[in-house]
Design a protein around this ligand. Sequence first.
Ligand code: ZN
Length: 472
Amino acid sequence: MSKPSSAAIYARISSDTTGEGLGVQRQLEDCRKLAADRGWQVAEEYVDNDISAYSGKIRPAYQRMLQDMAAGLRDAVIMYNSDRLTRQPIELEEFIRVCDQAGIEQVASVSADFNIGTDDGLFNLRIMAAFAAKESGRKSARQKRQIQQRAEAGLPGGGSTRPFGYEPDKITIRESEATIVRSLVDRFLAGESTRSLAIWLNDSGIPTSSGTARWASQTVRGMLRGPRLAGLRVHQGAIIGKGIWQPIISEEVHARILAEFDKRKTSQHRAPRRYLLSGMLRCGNCGAKLNSAAKHSATRSETRRYVCTADPRTGGCGRLTVVAAPVEEWLTEAVLYRLDSPDLAAALTGQAHEDAERDALMEELQADRAQKDELARMWANREIASADWKSAREPIEVRIAATERRLHQMQGTEGVAQIAGTGDEIRASWASLNLERQSAIIKALLDFATIKPGKRGAQSLDPSRVVPTWRL
Ligand SMILES: [Zn+2]
């Protein structure tokens, strides 16, 4: 293997100061020394400050490094420790894929080397990442207590994005936006749909608080339903008291908004959907689609599952079962992560080409149909004989059928373009979305996922059993 000539060094300081909180400077020095010892040339150092990889927050330097890697600008990666790189196994898979596509095999850390060109190296890196995720989980027990204390004190919670209507301190009202909120509330209570309000916001050029995402009906819904507007603090889905910020609407108006949502919900007569991934899972033994099924235990408690049903018509083998909840959680997380990944942006760019192809196909289709009509007209006018008409018509009909098939295969992706890059936002409001909407978001990205057979009696889901095939 030749010596890397444009290696990347990655360093990150985590927000956890209680642990082995190593300064970035120290990490960088150790990494530089490692590079020098091996004669690797470093092209760039990527440093993220004070952001835990586990929190799922976007790390700008890390993203930039991935982009440079994907663009073929880096030929090796050095980090202090593999837990500096990723703390979520899903993120690691993304990293490995970028390495794989860019042909990067040498990934070194001060404590261990991973030749990810080999199965052993890959395995080790994965194990380290899984272990780091567990460590972080433990660490977050402390963080959870802190979050609870903040909530009880009525301090604002939530992520890095400020709530619409408030300044970044999440306490002071931003009057220009609060006016908009009040008018949204009035219009909603007057019967306007959240969808129509979202369209109005976009058409009026009013930016969301993140400034990047467009308004979706669900964003409006989440904001209007949220007790925050009435100055109420929510913790783990329940109102626990008054927040220290100023309310934009009264508690009475908040209650009317909820009642209005309930009223609209009950007027839609649709059977509630209970399985998020219906139709999207396949059996790893036989390839058949998995069916949803609930298993009732003696105590009448119920476990939702996806199963391969033995059926000669579908070829189902009947030998695979997976508990629904963990697969749903894992794939949801994978989809939300993917929404923010550079890969998706690239796929969407590629989609522009497909749009061009679609236009070309539509033109062909119209030309063929016009020619077919013209032939019929000539036959009707007795300009050509029946036999000639038939033989001239056949190849055109074959072409039309092929074009129609191809057009049918092309999936519309307008929806994805709208939600791309909003994984964090959607994650924050995920629980408030209904199952139809959640399912639609997953379907927009996921073609299907294959569930591989698991070990008998395993207590938890082994994520490597789930193999997603992305639509985009
Ligand atoms: Zn099967």
